[in-house]
Design a protein around this ligand. Sequence first.
Ligand SMILES: *Cc1c(COP(=O)(O)O)cnc(C)c1O
Length: 398
Amino acid sequence: MLMKEYIDQAERDLLHTYNRFQIVLDKGEGVYLYDMDGKKYLDFCAGIAVFALGYSNKAYNDALKGQIDKLIHTSNYYYNVPAVEAARKIKKASGMDRVFFTNSGAEANEGAIKAARKYAYLKDGCTDHEIIAMNHSFHGRTYGALSVTGNPHYREAFEPMIGHIRFADLNDFESVASQVTDKTCAIMLEPVQGEGGLIPATEEFLKQVRALCDEKGILLIFDEVQCGMGRTGTMYAWQRYGVKPDIMTTAKALGCGVPIGAFLMTEEVAASSLVAGDHGTTYGGNPLATAAVSKVFDLFEEQGVLENVREVAPYLEEKLEALAAKYGCIQSRRGVGLMQGLVFDCPVGPVINKALEKGLILINAGANIIRFVPPLVISKQNVDEMVEILTSAIDEVI
Ligand SMILES: *Cc1c(COP(=O)(O)O)cnc(C)c1O
């Protein structure tokens, strides 16, 4: 079948919940993807901040192939070696004490919310605890995660959400403090907002929120689903600020393509929160997915992934700043590490489509922002290549 025929068939058979780009991707090699016609694309999307190690990473693929031949699934009624290994490695990388593996980022946030509510319930026996989340946040599409997502557009048609959620503004401590009541059990935020527009929390804000939580006995939940796993130059974004959460969620690059997420907590939270029977998942943490996680942590170390992010990110920033200076239609650059955005004063769809035509994969974050979340193994040369294509795309459509 031709590429066009696959696209037509997809439009007939798949539920139309995405406006997809009109290409069928077929294979990947390093930081490049190829469509069915063999056309090559430089990938600055990485499957939405997922494929950190690049495509066709031999050590990663071999680890998965080995696990497939051994054992793919067991259920959580039994222990399995890859899950134990993965748990040890994620604890070491995060400094958190207990982990629960899920199948996605949204599910990780569901677990975090349940853990926080249970913790509060065990303290006072009440069932009317509140969570404060941020405007412009994104936490996923399931009901709990959607309920704390600060974008009314995503929620409206699906009301009612779960109750007792309040919203405040990231980087506006007073707005957070003013939402606190004696029912507040958790404050939840992304250390760097992704979908909301590549907005980093300030160190001062995070420290103030941490202090507020400590003072009032409120749990601090960080959603590291997009900004975690090395993307900002530390394994988890909060580590650069030195502000540790009580509960943390991660997914996206955690399995580098195999669907897996996790929520983690401190021993203090774990000791009076979810117990046997409170939470579960059929697939979560299965041997195939956790073998991927385990290998990802090894390869991050062996291949110096964090070091690469720290080396290439300033170069990417510099190049994006130069673009912002050169073009009147670009208002600013923002973001941290290899999680960057260019804010335009107009919709960026035409630029992204033109770039795709020219062999560069980019995505947006909101109508006016181009988002740059490449594989974490990109080189400065890849950055130059991206800038060259992007420049000619902007020149042609704006
Ligand atoms: C993508 C994302 C999620 C949702 O993850 P899924 O795996 O799509 O469910 C949650 N939080 C943040 C910050 C994200 O970027």
